[in-house]
Design a protein around this ligand. Structure first.
Ligand code: PMV
Length: 310
């Protein structure tokens, strides 16, 4: 057993399909160059960032220690470049980095086992989830989730009568800008809000059906390198997410500010605050427009590694 081990995992942006993916529909996500780092060392009792660990306050960690750890107490140190509730997958990256470091402590990191365990951690902590964030954070690069297994299949997870087939996705070079609202978008309550709407409204169910078609069209646009069409699909996806009630004024302001300089723009992640993304070839103008409307802009680098020992 190594004395101290350090593992990191990336955050993500969802290009198309957040929320609808929770209902077993497709989604496309990319890992980004902001990471969550977890380091572990054996200790006399459990510590988290130098303070005695209170498991009840850290549901992801509690779940992982209960289900995926048979060793003794650990000194856990966490460091994140991803603000919590920013829509950039911070809790998924935490889950992946933590369970990855537990695996690295006692052997090697096995991608599909990390992805599965991290999905279970998110599901338990939020009450529901899809494997999109945890899968892209584990694998890195890009992924697409579909109903059936196809080319470049990575793993398939099933839960609550839903099935997600996760595939590696090669994406063309493109420039994305994130605009962070600075407002915490709480994923769990937003998922419950959409589920309640879905259960009682045929219109909500039709909207989720439309989102499936948009994501599949987006897969084709990516394949052809047609960024103009992809951008239009992203903007349509944003309107549908607004219909589902997960956008907010601050997100709409940043999306509208980015539009004159972008192929398309949308909220990314759970919404309710958090972040938006713009697909553009004028990133500096988009960054300035986001700044002028009170957001924090950030140029995204994609094609980054998934979970890895540092
Ligand atoms: O806001 P985030 O980073 O937690 O992303 C949530 C993405 C959802 O599709 C809304 C939920 C999920 O589990 O897929």
């Amino acid at each position: 057993m190594t004395s101290r081990i350090s593992v990191s995992a990336p955050g993500k942006v969802i290009l198309l399909g957040e929320h609808s993916v929770v209902f077993g529909r497709p989604a496309i996500a990319l890992a980004i160059n902001k990471r969550f780092n977890c380091s572990l060392a054996p200790a006399s009792e459990y510590y988290l960032n130098g303070i005695s660990l209170e498991p009840s306050r850290h549901p992801h960690i509690r779940h992982a220690l209960k289900h995926y750890w048979e060793g003794g107490p650990l000194d856990i140190r966490l460091h994140s470049e991803l603000p919590s509730g920013s829509g950039l997958g911070s809790s998924a990256a935490l889950s992946v980095a933590f369970v990855g470091s537990l695996q690295a402590m006692s052997g090697n990191i096995i991608e599909n086992k990390v992805a599965k365990a991290a999905f279970e951690m998110e599901y338990a902590a939020q009450g529901r989830a899809s494997p999109v964030d945890t899968s892209v954070s584990t694998h890195g690069g890009g992924i697409i989730i579909t109903r059936e297994e196809g080319l470049n299949h990575l793993w398939t997870f099933e839960k609550a009568e839903k099935r997600w087939c996760v595939h590696d996705l090669q994406v063309p070079t493109m420039t994305l800008v994130v605009g962070y609202t600075g407002i915490n978008g709480p994923t769990g309550p937003l998922l419950t809000k959409v589920k309640n709407y879905y259960d009682k409204s045929g219109f909500a169910r039709e909207t989720i059906d439309d989102m499936e078609n948009i994501t599949l069209e987006g897969q084709n646009a990516l394949h052809k390198g047609d960024l103009e069409h992809l951008g239009r699909l992203m903007t349509r996806n944003h309107k549908m997410l607004s219909i589902l009630g997960v956008s907010c004024n601050e997100l709409n302001k940043l999306v509208n500010a980015a539009m004159p300089y972008s192929y398309g723009a949308k909220l990314t992640g759970a919404g309710g605050g958090g972040s938006m993304i713009a697909l553009t070839d004028r990133p500096d103008e988009v960054c300035n427009a986001i700044l002028r409307r009170g957001g924090t802009p950030y140029k995204v680098l994609t094609g980054v590694a998934g979970v890895k020992v540092e």
